[in-house]
Design a protein around this ligand. Structure first.
Ligand code: ATP
Ligand code: MG
Length: 688
């Protein structure tokens, strides 16, 4: 490795950025607009602390996505030659803490616990409903999941939280279901996503000695995108930060877009109240976007009532005006995207420099189809994720059962794959017996099953059961020197290869086997990055993969993702599709002032991802839920962008010096069918 050059560490930083990077001890808030270098500051500060002699174990740094964490780790390594140990998402860091400490509390889980995703959590809830002879209509399991999540995120006792609900039809029943759910999850040795944070906070709240240890060990805390922390995350930062409060948080309240997941931007607004001694650094220069883009973004966000006014400027070039195009319908929109991509490509731009953003995942379908048809490579974040594919879930179930022999959900999947003939009723009997004998289910199947009457005799069924019991024993005994060979051995034992070949035609089977192969390759990558990591760590890593983590910046393909997923990222060219009433702002938020302002922030996030150009599209007609709406209205937010014909208002928020430095940027265009008409004859959809 080349020697570390200390001058690089502080190179290319403005005075304010430098001040934030080299701040010594005590709380600090870096609050700044989009593209002003907040993430750069966190990265440099991490490297700076390490170069100052702070140990990699002493820093806890939290980012919003694994992808951001990975990029940060790499950069910090280049700048400092060291790797921070605790750098990841809140969930990832908490999962790691719980691996060490979950057994210190009476949570009924051991360190090899499984992490259940939303669909698995839902399956457990459905089982709980079934146990009480309820169906999904009497109590909606999704709503129940939301209530459970809400109570954990607000650190409230479930009963207490129910009392606070404005309307709650069956509180006793819900409480019973909640308790059954928690018991079941304990039995399974499983945690849902919220548990990861919730249990860490509980652990630290209930165990002062352990809290002291954490405070001693984690002397520096850094949090990027602090505006999107929820109450639990806030609590965790406060607990670990303690009196010393070496807490460095960065964020932009104007980019808070996750309130529907419990994020509360008051956390950042109240930082100075929480830490009156905090140093506050404002970054006001945007380095990402052109003047035109920034002007449009600034003007848009200034319409929000609940916000602190910022003075964000750029010295970048004026650039091309932000363009707005009306198109006929979803297909025309997709065609527009395609044409623009080709045009940019012909100008020598790389496809990876173009991102198409939209409000809801289903808007991607038509765009995807057009790109497939035209053979233009693209990567899509969201949709059916790699880890949601059947064969991948099947294989992961085998790995999970190996790692957590109490994981009954994994066992159910394994039973289906192996075609053991063990149905739900027999399984339930076996689970009950295992429970009575206080054995994990895998151990029970391996050791006790052969002793049961169902395994005795010469019949086919008995032979099948004995064989399955041996299989379970085989899985328990698998032990290999490396994670890679262990996963390979589990794969061989699973029989998935042959099962897939038998079940699907050649092409489909090949595709599925290739997917499995890439999962096995993923093990190799994981091992390189985490030489100490075991199977439990690997599974944890898989459970916490999120949509944007898939984004491969090396691949030369157009990127498709939701506006939410685009947070923190940047691309030279941004196309935002469906800038229409009902989509952006979304119908769900139109009547709620707070939700409405959040929609505006979402649009702001989308626009500020762009470095060079922004294209906004809206349709005249669109098929929504299978019904044609031929009277789509452009988003009212378009009306708020400056210099638009008929609605340019030099409002007072534009009186800052920087807003006047450049010329009106708004240029309205429309699709080809309208191209020859005079601007004044356009069907002006937004009128003053
Ligand atoms: P967001 O609000 O979108 O999260 P941010 O405030 O985190 O943005 P960064 O992503 O850190 O901003 O930086 C935006 C862009 O500006 C990046 O490409 C970064 O490299 C560049 N940048 C930041 N600071 C400087 C600087 N002092 N000189 C040159 N470029 C800079
Ligand atoms: Mg950032």
């Amino acid at each position: 490795m080349p020697p570390i050059d200390d001058s690089k560490l502080l190179e290319g930083l403005t005075n304010s950025q430098l001040e934030a990077v080299t701040h010594l001890d005590g709380p600090m808030l870096v609050v700044a607009g989009a593209g002003s270098g907040k993430t750069r500051v966190v990265t440099r500060r991490l490297a700076w602390l390490l170069r100052q002699g702070v140990w990699p174990e002493q820093i806890l740094a939290m980012t919003f996505t694994n992808k951001a964490a990975r990029e940060m780790r790499q950069r910090v390594q280049e700048l400092s030659g060291k790797q921070p140990r605790n750098l990841g998402t809140f969930h990832g860091c908490c999962a790691r803490f719980l691996r060490f400490d979950i057994e210190k509390a009476d949570f009924g889980r051991s360190r090899d616990y499984s992490i259940y995703d939303d669909s698995e959590q839902l399956a457990v809830l459905k089982n709980c409903l079934k146990d009480l002879s309820l169906d999904n209509k009497s109590i909606n399991p999704r709503e129940l999941a939301q209530l459970i999540s809400k109570s954990k995120n607000q650190l409230l006792d479930f009963a207490e939280m129910l009392e606070q609900q404005p309307y709650c039809p069956h509180p006793e029943l819900l409480l019973r279901l909640y308790r059954n759910y928690e018991n079941k999850m304990r039995q399974l040795n499983a945690l849902d996503f919220d548990d990861l944070l919730y249990l860490v906070v509980k652990l630290l709240q209930n165990d002062p000695a352990l809290l002291e240890m954490y405070r001693h060990r984690l002397q520096y805390l850094l949090v990027d995108e602090y505006q999107d922390t929820n109450h639990l995350q806030y609590k965790m930062v406060r607990l670990i930060g303690g009196q010393r409060a070496n807490i460095h948080v960065t964020g932009d309240p104007d980019q808070s877009i996750y309130s529907w997941r419990g994020a509360d931007y008051r956390n950042i607004m109240d930082f100075v109240r929480d830490y009156p001694q905090a140093k506050v650094v404002k970054l006001e220069q945007n380095y990402r976007s052109t003047q035109n883009i920034l002007e449009v973004a600034n003007s848009l966000i200034s319409r929000n009532q609940v916000r602190i006014d910022k003075n964000l400027f750029t010295e970048n070039e004026a650039g091309a005006p932000v363009e707005c195009h009306q198109v006929a319908d979803g297909q025309a929109e997709a065609q527009w995207v395609l044409n623009k991509a080709r045009e940019l490509q012909a100008q020598g731009q790389a496809l990876r420099d173009i991102a198409v953003l939209y409000r809801t995942n289903n808007q991607a379908r038509e765009i995807e189809e057009a790109l497939i048809h035209a053979n233009l490579p693209y990567q899509i974040m969201g949709g059916l994720r790699f880890y949601e594919r059947k064969e991948i879930k099947d294989f992961i179930a085998f790995l999970r059962l190996k790692a957590n022999p109490r994981d009954e959900m994994a066992l159910k999947r394994v039973l289906t794959c192996l075609k053991t003939g063990i149905g739900p009723k027999t399984l339930q009997d076996l689970l009950n017996q295992a429970d009575k004998e206080n054995l994990d289910i895998l151990g029970f199947l391996a050791e006790r099953l052969p002793l049961l009457p169902c395994c005795a005799g010469k019949g086919k069924r008995a032979a099948q059961m004995r064989e399955f019991s041996q299989w379970c024993q085989g899985l328990r005994e698998l032990e290999d020197e490396s994670l890679g060979t262990l996963c390979r051995a589990v794969f061989d034992l699973s029989g998935l290869h042959d099962a897939i070949e038998q079940q699907y035609d050649k092409i489909q089977a090949e595709e599925r086997l290739q997917n499995l192969d890439s999962l096995l390759s993923r093990v190799q990558v994981f091992t390189q990055e985490n030489p100490e990591g075991d199977l439990v760590d690997f599974l944890q890593d898989l459970s916490l993969v999120s949509d944007v983590d898939k984004h491969d910046p090396e691949a030369n393909s157009i990127v498709l993702m939701t506006l939410h997923s685009s947070k923190g990222l940047e691309f030279p060219f941004i196309i935002i599709a469906g800038v229409e009433e009902g989509l952006l702002p979304h119908n769900n938020s139109i009547h709620d002032p707070a939700g409405f302002e959040e929609e505006r922030r979402l649009f702001y996030v989308g626009i500020t991802r762009a470095k060079k150009a922004v294209f906004l599209l809206y349709c005249r007609s669109r098929c929504i839920f299978g019904k044609w709406d031929n009277n789509r209205q452009p988003s009212q937010f378009l009306d708020e962008l400056p210099n638009r014909k008929n609605c340019y208002k030099p409002a007072k928020q534009h009186n800052q010096e920087n807003y006047h430095k450049y010329q009106p940027s708004w240029k309205m265009q429309n699709d080809e069918s309208l191209q020859n008409q005079d601007m004044d004859e356009l069907p002006t959809i937004i009128e003053d």
